[in-house]
Design a protein around this ligand. Structure first.
Ligand code: ARG
Ligand code: MN
Ligand code: MN
Ligand code: MN
Length: 312
């Protein structure tokens, strides 16, 4: 099977340096070679880690409270084209982030390709401690990695092309086809947005109550069978015990096994079209080297499960 790979060394959606080094760390630890050699994927685009330096402007003052707005807008616009080009060829697409702002590009690109190729609305499974659905106005931080879902659902709109105005209706997803798993740190404004739009969300409370098996079953039932799925996995969905090296860790998260289970289950639907793995930051952890090693290892495991490893 063909796999488009986009390695995104970009950190402008938040303020901590280091998350741009994740793709290289994941690749150096053997992720792509195992996909090629063990899972028998034919890789495309795996030879480059993109830094998009040429797209990052010198002057990039806040706009509507967003930090680095021009950089994030132009990088995600470019990334959208890259993901679209792979998906248009019928390839599964794997994107290695980078912070979660990059999902603006990956989901826009795959949503558009799915519309064109299959005439279908794509579903998104967003696995995260956070909802990342702030609008520029509700965000307390101004960090765009806390906003991608609001732009992708059309809840945040902007005309100016250099500030995400390049997002057109064919890039967007339906809030009815979005489902969250793993939430436990959702801002007050985000809770209101989730409630007012009837967005399906399974928090850690739901996982404690029903177990991961039932939660994934309910999440997939919400989407409906035979719907193309984009899986966007923020490594901070995992408990910091498994993934300490990330910019916004939150205790009380998924075990690695629960994360792997989500990925395996989504793979088993046969409907997966794209996977993002984001927010691995090898330079952050109480014990940096050990933490980075564990987090990278966890990230590799999640991706391999999503792409079909370990099914007997
Ligand atoms: N809700 C917070 C914010 O808006 C945290 C977002 C964290 N997002 C992430 N992709 N790690 O800034
Ligand atoms: Mn390409
Ligand atoms: Mn998160
Ligand atoms: Mn996130």
């Amino acid at each position: 099977e063909d796999l488009g790979v986009v390695a995104v060394g970009f950190s402008g959606g938040q303020c901590k340096p280091g998350v741009d080094a994740a793709p290289s760390a994941l690749i150096e630890s053997g992720l792509l070679s195992s996909l090629r050699d063990e899972l028998n994927y034919k890789l495309h685009g795996d030879d480059t880690v993109h830094s998009y330096k040429d797209l990052v402007p010198k002057e990039d003052p806040p706009f509507r409270n967003m930090k680095n707005p021009k950089a994030v807008s132009s990088v995600t616009e470019r990334l959208c084209d890259q993901v679209y080009a792979h998906a248009r060829e019928g390839r599964m697409v794997l994107t290695l982030g980078g912070d979660h702002s990059i999902a603006i590009g990956t989901i826009a690109g795959s949503a558009k390709a799915v519309r064109e190729r299959l005439g279908r609305e794509m579903a998104v499974i967003w696995v995260d401690a956070h909802a990342d659905i702030n609008t520029p106005e509700t965000s307390g931080s101004g960090n765009i990695h806390g906003m991608p879902v609001s732009f992708l659902t059309g809840l945040s709109k902007e005309e100016k092309p250099e500030y995400f105005g390049w997002l057109k209706s064919d890039h967007l997803i339906n809030v009815k086809k979005l489902v969250y798993i793993g939430l436990r740190d959702v801002d007050a404004g985000e809770k209101r947005i989730l409630r007012e739009n009837g967005i399906k969300a399974f928090s850690m409370f739901d996982i404690d109550r029903h177990g991961i098996g039932r939660v994934v079953e309910m999440a997939l039932a919400h989407i409906g069978s035979d719907t193309p799925i984009h899986l966007s996995f923020d490594v901070d969905a995992l408990d910091p015990m498994w993934a300490p090296s990330t910019g916004t860790p939150v205790r009380g998260g998924l075990t690695l096994r629960e994360g792997d289970y989500i990925c395996e289950s989504v793979h088993m639907t046969g409907s997966l079209v794209a996977v993002d793995l984001v927010e691995v930051n090898p330079s952050l952890a109480p014990e940096v080297e050990l933490g980075a090693h564990e987090t990278v290892r966890a990230g590799c495991s999640l991706v391999r499960c999503a792409l079909g490893e370990s099914l007997l």
